[in-house]
Design a binder for this molecule. Structure first.
Ligand code: FMN
Length: 163
């Protein structure tokens, strides 16, 4: 049985929906155990126990969210050199950009020597005003489908040993 760990943080729900869509698609694959975990609840042993990863974060202040950063800060050194070559993909929920959050995840993943197996998915909610940014988000089905694809890809690749 292969294990896919999906770590996410979400303040207004967008990233949560993206991560959940990936998890549902991955769980449909046989022979894969999927753990969908909040960043705050995710420990180094969860990282070590997984065969592959999806990291899902909002872009806040041109960076991954603080809770995702906290997850990486807590888990980076305990997992260093123990996860080399494992596959990962990144999901970012942003208002209008998302590229810096992607860059940060890619740098961290490079340090962990993970293998990026899909193009990062950035979904923009187009929230511009303070009110819109703080409002609960609903991610469109077409956008969620991009996250579904990532979950299915990771799960299928893990079971087939394709990575
Ligand atoms: C404090 C804060 C800072 C933000 N900074 C950015 C930013 O730098 N770039 C961007 O594209 N969106 C930015 N946003 C918008 C969020 O990325 C967007 O609202 C997204 O839906 C958040 O994901 P969530 O719904 O999972 O919390 C910011 C939002 C907040 C609350």
């Amino acid at each position: 049985m292969k294990r896919l760990l999906i770590v996410f943080h979400s303040m207004t729900g967008g990233t949560r929906q993206m991560a959940a869509a990936s998890a549902a698609a991955a769980a449909a694959e046989q022979d894969v155990t999927v753990s969908l975990q909040a960043a705050a609840d995710t420990l180094p042993e969860d990282v070590l126990a997984a065969d592959g990863y999806i990291f899902a974060t909002p872009e806040n202040l041109a960076a991954i969210s603080g809770m995702m950063k906290d997850f990486f800060d807590r888990c980076y050194y305990p997992a260093l050199d123990l996860v080399n070559g494992r596959p990962y993909a990144a999901l970012v929920c942003a208002g209008s950009d998302g590229t810096n959050a992607v860059r940060q995840i890619e740098r961290i993943a490079t340090g962990w020597r993970l293998k990026q197996v899909a193009e990062p998915v950035i979904i923009c909610t187009h929230a511009q005003t303070q009110e819109a940014i703080l409002a609960p988000k609903t991610i469109a089905l077409a956008d969620l489908a991009r996250c579904t694809e990532i979950g299915a890809l990771l799960a299928a690749g893990l079971t087939m040993g394709a990575f």
